[in-house]
Design a protein around this ligand. Structure first.
Ligand code: CA
Length: 241
């Protein structure tokens, strides 16, 4: 089966960087779209439904943080943020914007391409896993995991707690699924990072802690005394079924 080339939307206002990115990504076989400011980015994303958005933070008219927030409400397209400073990284991670990954400028084009590939592959794998799992194990309701009043619905990418559906961001959902699939096992932050974020991700294990905190806020009766996602001191986390 010949795959249609993935469509990447570059949102960046520095012409030199746009040129470099466009050239490199076209050479990799991607279809490239370009937007030079925030409103144009949103308009292009809505119209073209790209497979991935490469999003600079400092943009004219509407900055990348707002663009990310708006796009995230409308689509599941993976978003890779380009940040110029480490304070911006904190914003991306801390504001719960829903970006899937980020890179700090200056970055190596090689690494950027690896991250893009990894994000696109993960999206594809997610789709395949959902589609394929029931066929591989027809006797196991693989598309759904139930733990007491917590139901993780893999096919709908939805979590229902005591009858109430909760929206999780893509990474939160991936993390929860990974923890739940390995319930009862102590999982180190490093392993979680590698399996959920991929080996190319170098954001550090704080990312895991931040996402666990968000999950607890949504899924624990008392987030300060978690019963589902338990901290294992100096190692990592364990999901209690
Ligand atoms: Ca910029």
């Amino acid at each position: 089966m010949v795959e249609t080339p993935s469509k990447v939307l570059i949102v960046e206002d520095e012409p030199a960087l746009v040129d470099t990115l466009e050239y490199s990504l076209r050479r990799e076989g991607y279809t490239v779209l370009i937007a030079g400011d925030g409103p144009h980015a949103i308009e292009t994303a809505r119209r073209e439904q790209p497979d991935l958005v490469l999003l600079d933070i400092m943009l004219p008219l509407l900055d990348g943080l707002d663009v990310c927030r708006i796009l995230r409400q409308e689509m599941n397209t993976p978003i890779l943020m380009l940040t110029a400073r480490s304070e911006e990284v904190d914003k991306v991670v801390g504001l719960e914007l829903g970006a899937d990954d980020y890179m700090t400028k200056p970055f190596s084009m090689r690494e950027l391409k690896a991250r893009i590939k990894a994000l696109l592959r993960r999206v594809r794998l997610d789709r395949e896993t959902v589609a394929v799992a029931p066929a591989l194990a027809p006797d196991v309701p693989a598309a759904r995991m139930t733990f007491g009043d917590l139901v993780i619905d893999l096919s709908r990418h939805e979590v229902v707690l005591a009858g109430v559906a909760h929206h999780l961001k893509p990474k939160e959902f991936d993390l929860l699924v990974f923890l739940a699939r390995n319930r009862g096992m102590v999982l180190s932050r490093e392993l979680i990072l590698e399996r959920v974020w991929g080996w190319e991700f170098d954001g550090g294990s704080r990312t895991v802690d931040v996402h666990v905190r968000w999950l607890r806020e949504k899924l624990e009766r008392d987030p300060s005394d978690p019963q589902r996602i338990v901290t294992v001191r100096s190692v990592g986390y364990r999901f209690e079924g």
